[in-house]
Design a protein. Structure first.
Length: 378
């Protein structure tokens, strides 16, 4: 019994010594591992960014193929078993024109089955934008036309496959969030650092700019700037323009936080030592001061990504952001503005589900990182 007590005490002492000798990042990691919801959110975001990378591989048809004769087809359920045999398949959908209402009426032909194949051949694309490839995660045998055979999430007014378009929308909207946050992070850290470190006239000018930007109503300002974009611009130009517009008005809060931290840190001994050693002011800011609260910047950045995604979705939903043939969450949800359309075709609201999931996941991850950033807190 005494030996067990001694062994337990030695183990506790070794654990305490390991904690005392741990670095700030190790303490943050240990604290983050205790936040279960944040870890689940991290896995969810990893899956979404994996979808963004392999969007064409997971898509079943090309996103630009359209046919008015296949408009507003409801989601096609996948049947995984044939009796007790694992045999994924779908039933074909057949449409006819109602002679009275002149609307397309669809019926499911349960007498015929279209088998589904994993890693099947389909339309050609470039994997990672470089490697020519024609394999897809889910497909149909080569004797079938994938566009006419399968529509997992249904089709829109133009008969475009909603499932494949949603996968491409994940890529566009998630990448806008990252690029936009990267730009706002650079502006926030740079201008906030200059304002807090130098002070004086520069601090006054930067703070007045921040107050002016924060006083302008966000949505009307975005609408005005987005509406001013030339209609003949390519999708790529519009993409970067929307990203810059969102970023130019998302850096102010981070700049305020960075300024406050710099005001507290510029009087610390390590900053004085760096100045006496002859370090330049730029090196002191980015090499000594910023890393001292990098964890807070990471947490703030994580919480800013969903705001970027919501901003892009709002602009595109209003028709002032990305425009077809570009595909994003907002572009897909733009079709759901009509209440009658939503009532008759509720599957057009499916793109709202990943928006909710992504925003919640980023918020939960941000909460976990914020808690981990203060490993000494209770």
């Amino acid at each position: 019994m005494a030996e067990q007590t001694l062994a337990a005490r030695l183990e506790d002492a070794a654990e305490e010594q390991r904690v005392y000798a741990a670095s700030q990042w190790q303490l943050m990691w240990w604290r983050f591992r205790k936040h279960t919801i944040a870890q689940i959110a991290l896995v969810v975001l990893f899956l979404f960014y994996s979808i963004a990378i392999f969007a064409e591989f997971m898509a079943t048809t090309e996103t630009r193929i359209q046919d008015a004769n296949r408009s507003y087809i409801s989601p096609q359920p996948v049947h995984w078993f044939d009796g007790w045999k694992f045999s994924p398949h779908v039933f074909p959908v057949e449409g006819v024109r109602d002679p009275v209402s002149m609307k397309r009426v669809y019926s499911v032909n349960e007498e015929e089955r279209i088998p589904l194949r994993f890693f099947a051949r389909g339309f050609e694309y470039k994997l990672f934008g470089i490697i020519p490839y024609d394999r897809h995660l889910i497909g149909v045998p080569e004797e079938y036309d994938a566009y006419e055979a399968i529509s997992l999430f249904g089709t829109d007014k133009q008969g475009r496959d909603l499932y494949s378009r949603l996968l491409l929308a994940v890529r566009v909207s998630m990448s806008i969030g990252l690029v936009g946050v990267a730009l706002s992070l650079f502006l926030g850290v740079a201008l906030g650092g200059i304002s807090g470190y130098y002070g004086g006239f520069m601090d006054t000018v930067i703070q007045r700019i921040i107050e002016i930007v924060r006083s302008v109503p966000t949505i009307p300002l975005w609408m005005g700037l987005a509406a001013s974009l030339p209609r003949d611009w390519s999708i790529l130009k519009v993409y970067f323009a929307i990203t810059i517009i969102i970023s130019l008005f998302a850096w102010t809060e981070l700049a305020r936080v960075v300024r406050g931290r710099f005001l507290a840190l510029r009087e610390e001994d390590f900053v004085t030592a760096a100045e006496l050693a002859g370090a330049s002011r730029t090196r002191i800011i980015f090499r000594h001061m910023v890393p001292s609260f990098l964890s807070h910047i990471i947490a703030a950045t994580t919480l800013a990504v969903p705001e970027m995604i919501i901003s892009e979705t709002s602009l595109s939903f209003l028709g002032l952001g990305l425009r077809p043939p570009a595909v994003s969450f907002g572009v897909l949800l733009e079709q759901a503005q009509n209440i009658q359309t939503v009532a008759l075709s509720p599957w057009l609201m499916i793109p709202a589900i990943p928006v909710i999931i992504v925003v919640l996941a980023f918020n939960f991850l941000g909460d976990g990182l914020r808690d981990a950033a203060d490993p000494y807190g209770q």
